[in-house]
Design a protein around this ligand. Structure first.
Ligand code: ADP
Ligand code: G6P
Length: 483
């Protein structure tokens, strides 16, 4: 068996150039953080976009860029700034992302962007074709590259291709509104195996295939010409050990080795042992429900005023896709909401919301996960939400409460968390109160079950299950199924 080629828009690192020097910054987002653990363990090549456009790379730095990526087992697909505009900011993040997350009103159907999406998908497919031997396995990731499987299949009919979608696949009624819906399905069907996070997304996809392409579907097999394509759900896990051990190390740190953030958190906790920290961590994205969470926090403070000066909400929002107007508007809305709520409720000794708009190093993420009593993660819609899993993995003494949206893919596997509807402020405020007063024994009971499950179904198991299933599918003889 040959090597595995991982292909996604985002690479594990993003390159930046300043003063002629190249720096590699770890990518944020579930795909990159999850696949990084898989990639570092095996014989794989990761192909993707470096984060720099052709115009930003001076000729003399090009070899250095290739070298920097090689250190991360990666190689790049070159994109011009107009390709990045049409493919990444345009079709991927102004058409598919909102549509697949049920934000139909945000979805733009621009023929020009669709043409660029096709062109750039062909570039990624060409990069695979150049690097792949016949016995290699190709693993294509996510909504930016849905046409790639078919493009590779046309040139290499027998090669093994798997595709995994990291975001929801919407119901037929939503998907059918896309002008290029058949083309997207046909692109995906170039794969041997198509994976989703949940059974619901899988069902939605099969229903669209049946109704839009009229193909035979039996259970989770799709019959197309002389091929059978398998569709299945593989809920993505995390690198449990990495988070759990980092949390143990963090606990051992003497004050002089602690980060500034950790020292500040400890100081506040020592000053008032009863005070509770709520934690909210997401990319700044309208699907994550950050603005709704702020309104719900305001509602909570008004409904339960006894918790004023007793609770604090830490919001960590990572800058994301800031060229897209909806993200700019959301940034403004959140800035204003935080300002208004802090203005309304702050006292001389208490600021209810601490708001950080930035990416943080891994160590600081661990500081926050381990220091906050309640993780409050309530996306309006989310393919999975790995942050919820990471929070639980770091709770080494098994205390801590997770309030999680029913609309996150991870809610399917995290029934022991407090599941809420993010649109229901009444329910959310009551859940916050219950979380504050939840006895430690109950917290431990819930978290010990969650931890066992997360440890067993970690990201390595997820990748192995997917790869085994792909291998199995490829090994089958379908010569009798031509229909
Ligand atoms: P999404 O993929 O939509 O961004 P997930 O919750 O599935 O959402 O994954 C987010 C990933 O990004 C997690 O692995 C998390 O650790 C990482 N992350 C989130 N916020 C930050 C931050 N401020 N700094 C660094 N990494 C972050
Ligand atoms: C989600 C998507 C990924 C994407 C990530 C970060 O997890 O499923 O494909 O990489 O968000 O978004 P970005 O646009 O910065 O790559």
């Amino acid at each position: 068996m040959g090597k595995t080629i991982i292909i996604s828009n985002r690479l594990p690192v993003q390159l930046q150039i300043s003063n002629g020097e190249i720096t590699a910054i770890p990518s944020v987002g579930g795909l990159a953080t999850g696949m990084k653990s898989v990639h570092s363990g095996g014989d794989s090549l990761w192909i993707g976009w470096s984060g720099l456009t052709d115009e930003e790379i001076p000729d003399e730095l090009a070899p250095k860029i290739d070298k920097a990526l090689k250190e991360h087992g990666s190689s790049k697909v070159n994109l011009t700034s107009s390709e990045v505009d049409g493919f990444y900011f345009g079709f991927s993040n102004r058409t598919i992302w909102p549509l697949f997350h049920y934000f139909l009103e945000y979805s733009e159907f621009e023929l020009k962007n669709w043409d660029i999406y096709k062109k750039v998908n062909q570039k990624f497919a060409d990069a695979i074709l150049e690097a792949a031997d016949d016995d290699d396995t190709i693993w294509v990731h996510d909504y930016q590259l849905m046409l790639v499987p078919q493009m590779v299949r046309e040139k290499k009919p027998d090669i093994s291709i798997g595709f995994f979608l990291h975001i929801p696949f919407p119901s037929f009624e939503i998907f059918r509104t896309l002008p290029w819906r058949e083309k997207i399905l046909e692109g995906l069907l170039g794969s041997d195996l198509i994976g989703f996070h949940t059974y619901d997304y899988e069902r939605h996809f099969l229903s669209s295939v049946r109704r839009l392409l009229g193909l035979d579907v039996s259970f989770n097999d799709i019959y197309m010409d002389d091929r059978v394509i398998k569709v299945d759900s593989f809920p993505m896990g995390i690198d449990y050990k990495k988070f759990n051990e980092a949390a143990k190390e963090n606990k051992k740190n003497q004050p002089e080795n602690q980060s500034e953030l950790q020292r500040r958190l400890n100081k506040h906790k020592d000053a008032d042992k009863e005070a509770k920290f709520f934690l909210s961590i997401d990319r700044l994205d309208y699907t994550k429900g950050i603005a709704k969470r702020l309104y719900a926090f305001e509602y909570f403070l008004n409904k339960y005023p006894q918790y004023k000066e007793k609770v604090r909400l830490i919001i960590l929002a990572v800058p994301s896709r800031s060229n897209v107007p909806q993200y700019q508007l959301l940034k403004r809305e959140i800035d204003e909401l935080v300002g208004r709520i802090n203005g309304e409720f702050s006292t001389v000794s208490w600021t209810p919301i601490w708001y950080f708009y930035r990416s943080m190093p891994f160590e600081n993420l661990i500081d926050l996960y381990t220091s906050c009593d309640i993780a409050w993660l309530t996306p309006i819609r989310d393919g999975m939400n790995l942050v919820a899993k990471e929070y639980i993995a770091t709770r080494t003494d098994q205390t801590g409460v997770l309030i999680l949206s029913e609309m996150a893919g991870s809610a399917n596997e995290m029934n022991e968390a407090m599941l809420v509807n993010p649109n229901n402020f009444e329910q959310t405020a009551d859940a916050l109160k219950e979380a504050i007063t939840m006895p430690k024994e109950e917290q431990r009971e819930r978290n010990s079950i969650l931890q066992k499950r997360l440890e067993r179904y970690n990201v390595e198991k997820w990748a192995n299950d997917f790869m085994d299933s792909l291998l199995d599918q490829k090994g089958k003889d379908f010569s009798h199924v031509a229909r």
